[in-house]
Design a binder for this molecule. Structure first.
Ligand code: GAP
Length: 582
């Protein structure tokens, strides 16, 4: 078994992850989170909220998971959110054409369908399932379609990302934040992509959880007020240029901005925050890197993009977070489709005198001439330059219709006016997290199988599986283990359980099997501390606390046990000095 299989086997057996619809044979791309998996996932999401919502102040919103067509026309998903698909002519199995040619070309996902077909033909690539011939590659849109309302209804789509909810609500958000840049909003929720052939288990899902922040910033000021927090943080950077050399560089974020490796401070701050968050939930620092999008890989509208990638045993480096400067692309796209200006008014610190070219159509004359269209015609005239206006008859196009306006009813001039502000379209910085991939990586990085001798379970050397989950994310933080199922031990054990729950700790009560077995069961699910209640407890009111990682034990008083465990879990209190060593 490779590590992926070991982790998934444990995840299934202990209630972290289950194949969805197992009762009916299952289907690829869907996983259920069991009781421990759900709890671990919520812990990760909660820390994300604490980071982005509470600390950064980007308030959370909740938009529908079904979107109307206009939203995804504007976002470009209807037109271009597709992967190249080719099917086997023999068995009918579908494949991502770019995945089939990965070993023949360097960056397969930048090739056109025609280029992919050429590589398939040149290398005589066959169906991986049955060796049959492959059909022509075509683009398959990844959005799940649905109808809104009965009958043919209105075309809807399951959202392929949470981001669009924040763009669509831009004007409301701008008002909420009193139009003061920078401001941002976040969403954590399900996204849906009808992936062609998800064969990477929990890494590529058809329904998954994203946590995204859309941060609206001043296009002319991409500094970050709190950049000093991460300026000296050293991160593993795999820049566009370093990828040519295939060499990951360690650099402080301050240096990376100074050298121009990262486009600007605001983006570098987001990389610092992502680095901080991922390590806080348990990603190993040496298995985490930030890879810059290569020029031919980056979206045309983006200035700079970095993916946080985590090294996994089976899948190599996996993208878990995308961090991008998306410029004003999204707001402009929605403004154009919705025909609504999506900008904010920014007041200058002092008013400015500026010379402006001003067009003044005579509305008294335009009205009778163009009736309901007069305002639109006037707006079109205002967008023209001097040369176009100096005609006897001026032609403008409104909604595809041409209108001819006599030049004499349109005045224009250069005027010096005092202006106290301007409308600007903010740029968007987007950190976009895939929670399921982080969840799996957290488990894989925590998973360890070690040989232990003469400890707890048997006198012989035996293997212990231990999940060294960070204490604050562990789905069970303390196991309460009465030595025997006797009333005199059960009563104090239940009383401790109640105190710990009251303190907000995640607790399990386990009284079946030998104490050694119970320790091992808890090691496997990552429980950082076990509390054993025995006959000495009845004598001196103390309990044994066992540390998962070192397997060391201390004896500590029952009084104040909840405070002590809370400090051990959340405040990094030293274990060995917290009680009497055993
Ligand atoms: N709004 C930008 C956006 O959605 P993305 O790179 O397509 O960007 C962001 O997705 C993150 O979502 C990825 O880094 C990944 O962690 C996660 N993700 C994307 N597709 C996924 C899938 N099919 N299964 C699981 N996670 C996925």
């Amino acid at each position: 078994m490779d590590k992926y299989e070991q982790v998934i086997e444990l995840a299934k057996r202990r209630g972290f992850l289950w194949n969805s619809f197992e009762l009916y044979g299952g289907t690829a791309g869907f996983y259920d989170y069991g009781p421990l998996g759900s709890t671990l996932k919520r812990r990760i999401e909660q820390i994300w909220r604490e980071t982005y919502v509470v600390q950064e102040g980007y308030m959370e919103i909740e938009a529908p998971t079904i979107g109307i067509e206009e939203v995804f026309v504007a976002s470009g998903h209807v037109g271009g959110f597709s992967d190249p698909l080719c099917e086997c002519k023999n068995c009918g199995e579908a494949f991502r054409a770019d995945h089939l040619v990965e070993k023949y070309v360097a960056i397969a996902d930048t090739l056109s369908d025609e280029e992919l077909d050429r590589v398939i033909k040149e290398n005589e690539v066959k169906c991986p399932e049955c060796e049959g011939d492959l059909g022509e590659t075509y683009e398959f849109n990844l959005m799940f379609k649905t109808n809104i309302g009965p009958g043919t209804g209105r075309q809807g789509y399951m959202r392929p990302e949470t981001a669009q909810g924040m763009f669509v609500d831009f004007l409301r958000l701008a008002r909420f934040y009193r139009e003061k840049l920078p401001f941002g909003a976040t969403q954590i929720g399900k996204s849906y992509r009808n992936e062609i052939s998800p064969r990477q288990g929990v890494i590529r899902l058809r329904e998954f959880t994203q946590a995204e922040a859309e941060i609206f910033i001043d296009p002319n000021d991409k500094k970050h007020a709190n950049f000093s927090r991460f300026a000296d943080t050293v991160v593993n950077l795999y820049s566009d240029e370093a990828q040519e050399r295939q060499e990951i560089e360690q650099m402080t974020l301050g240096e990376a901005v100074e050298k121009g490796t990262i486009a600007h401070e605001f983006l570098a701050y987001q990389i610092g925050l992502t680095n901080h968050f991922l390590q806080r939930v348990g990603i190993a620092a040496d298995k985490l890197r930030f890879r810059q999008h290569m020029k031919d890989e980056m979206a045309h509208y983006a200035i700079d993009c970095w993916d946080a990638e985590i090294e996994t045993d089976r899948f190599g480096w996996v993208e878990v977070v995308g961090i991008a400067d998306r410029t004003d692309y999204d707001l402009k796209a929605h403004a154009s489709v919705s025909k609504t200006e999506l900008s904010i008014y920014r007041e200058y610190s002092e008013p400015k005198m500026v010379t402006q070219f001003v067009v003044k159509p005579n509305m008294g004359k335009l009205g009778p001439l163009f009736k309901g269209k007069a305002k639109a015609v006037a707006d079109a005239l205002k967008a023209l330059g001097q040369e176009e206006l100096e005609q006897e008859n001026i032609t403008v196009t409104v909604d595809g219709e041409e209108f001819t306006v006599p030049g004499e009813i349109v005045e224009f001039a250069e005027e010096t006016v005092k202006i106290s502000g301007e409308n600007i379209i903010p740029h968007v910085i987007e950190p976009s997290y895939g929670i399921d991939r982080i969840f799996y990586s957290t488990m894989e990085h925590a998973f360890e199988e070690e040989m232990v001798t003469g400890k707890e379970e048997s006198d012989e050397e035996d293997a212990r599986i231990v999940m060294r989950l960070r204490k604050e994310v562990a789905p069970v933080q303390v196991a309460i283990l009465p030595l025997l199922t006797r009333e005199e031990l059960i009563n104090p054990a239940r009383s401790i359980e109640a105190q710990l729950k009251q303190k907000g700790l995640l607790v399990s009560y386990d009284d079946s099997g030998t104490i050694g077995r119970r320790y091992r069961r808890n090691d496997e699910i990552g429980t950082p501390y076990s509390v054993t209640i025995d006959y000495d407890t009845l004598e001196d009111n103390t309990v044994t606390i066992r540390d998962r990682d070192s397997m060391k034990q201390i004896r500590a008083p029952m009084d104040g046990i909840a405070d002590l465990l809370h400090e051990l879990i959340y405040m990094n209190r030293d274990f060995e000095s917290a009680g009497k060593a055993l």
